[in-house]
Design a protein. Structure first.
Length: 344
């Protein structure tokens, strides 16, 4: 038996078919004997009626710069809707469930409106529900500030919520369910041949996320490391084990081959909002030089301009958004070429 926090993102709660997959994951976890706690995001993306951006667009039509309190209160409504709907769905499936907000789950946070950091959760309040046999369904993305006001945790903040809850509960795993089967060395929708990884250490996951990989929030990787929380990035829509995010295992330990930092960690892409994109190649710390040289040669042939970074084992190149996919594929091909196969 394990204590597992399952976090379901926007695509995993967006429609009836996705929510049916969510319910199946919860049922399977409970049938294994696991104590299961859920953290949920708002439903869907901009345009969906309860998505965070859709809600904030309502304010934007009235105020160019809404105050932080108003924005955070409105933005948090999407997660409340999800928690209530998912709880009702689970109960309809014969699984007792109770929705919880940041207030009832005691999720504390500090920092500024729109980009706060969770600092803890009320283990007793959450486990009282779990110990009763019900599934706590907790709103992600929100926490309670020192003055008692509501704060949101920034884009991707539900990942951080789930890790904070996992750390407070002493969870065996925090499973981040999304629409891809793990963390790949590049966005598989852009670079189809990019392999998914069985393991990635905390620091490498943070660097990938910080440079633009959207599969996991960067702050959640740091929080997981501080709390010694094992995170699994998995798909809502298949049965795979996904990518384990955790500490490096010493080479002498059993199974250590899959718990080391690879020379080539992966590619990340980010848009700048002005029609440009930055594609970054990230390598293991202290082992970046050969890969950086290959990436630089490929980018030069592509005609992409390099961009300085504060990470000596990563290299970034800028191009127009319309060319970022081609650049990513060119970089990946150069880095993962047969002569460099050992780096992948």
């Amino acid at each position: 038996m394990a204590l597992v926090v399952q976090k379901f993102g926007g695509t995993s709660v967006a429609d009836e078919a996705a929510r049916a997959c969510l319910a199946a994951k919860v049922r399977a976890s409970r049938e294994r004997g696991d104590v299961t706690v859920l953290v949920v995001s708002a439903m869907g993306r901009r345009g969906a009626p309860y998505a965070t951006d859709t809600l904030l667009d309502l304010l934007g039509a009235l105020e160019r710069e809404p105050d932080g309190l108003t924005s955070d209160l409105l933005a948090s409504c999407g997660e409340v809707i999800s928690a209530c709907l998912v709880s009702a769905l689970l109960r309809a499936e014969g699984i007792p469930a109770v929705p919880m907000t940041a207030y009832t789950a005691g999720i504390r946070a500090e920092g500024m409106h729109g980009d706060a950091t969770p600092t803890g959760a009320d283990r007793d309040a959450i486990m009282a529900i779990a110990d009763s046999g019900a599934v706590p369904v907790i709103t992600g993305f929100q926490g309670i500030g020192p003055s008692g006001g509501l704060l949101t945790l920034g884009r991707g903040g539900s990942d951080t919520s789930a890790v904070a809850v996992g750390a407070a509960l002493g969870a065996d795993y925090v499973d981040i369910f999304t629409d891809v089967p793990g963390v790949a060395k590049a966005d598989p929708r852009v670079v189809p041949q990019a392999p998914f990884m069985d393991f990635l250490d905390y620091g490498s996951m943070f660097r990938l996320a910080r440079h633009g990989a959207r599969v996991l929030h960067d702050r959640s990787a740091l929080l997981a490391e501080r709390g010694s929380v094992l995170v699994r990035v998995r798909s809502t829509f298949d049965e795979g084990e996904g990518t384990l995010i955790g500490p490096v295992v010493a080479a002498s330990a059993a199974g250590a081959a899959s718990r080391q930092v690879p020379d080539f960690i992966g590619l990340a892409a980010a848009q700048d909002g002005a029609g440009g994109s930055r594609v970054t190649a990230i390598f293991a710390q202290g082992r970046g030089s050969p890969g950086i040289a290959r990436a630089a040669a490929a980018a030069a042939a592509f005609g992409a301009a390099s961009e300085p970074l504060d990470d000596p084992d990563a290299v970034a190149f800028r191009c127009g958004q319309e060319h970022s996919g081609d650049l990513a594929r060119a970089l990946f091909a150069a880095i993962a070429a047969p002569a460099a196969r050992s780096m992948v």
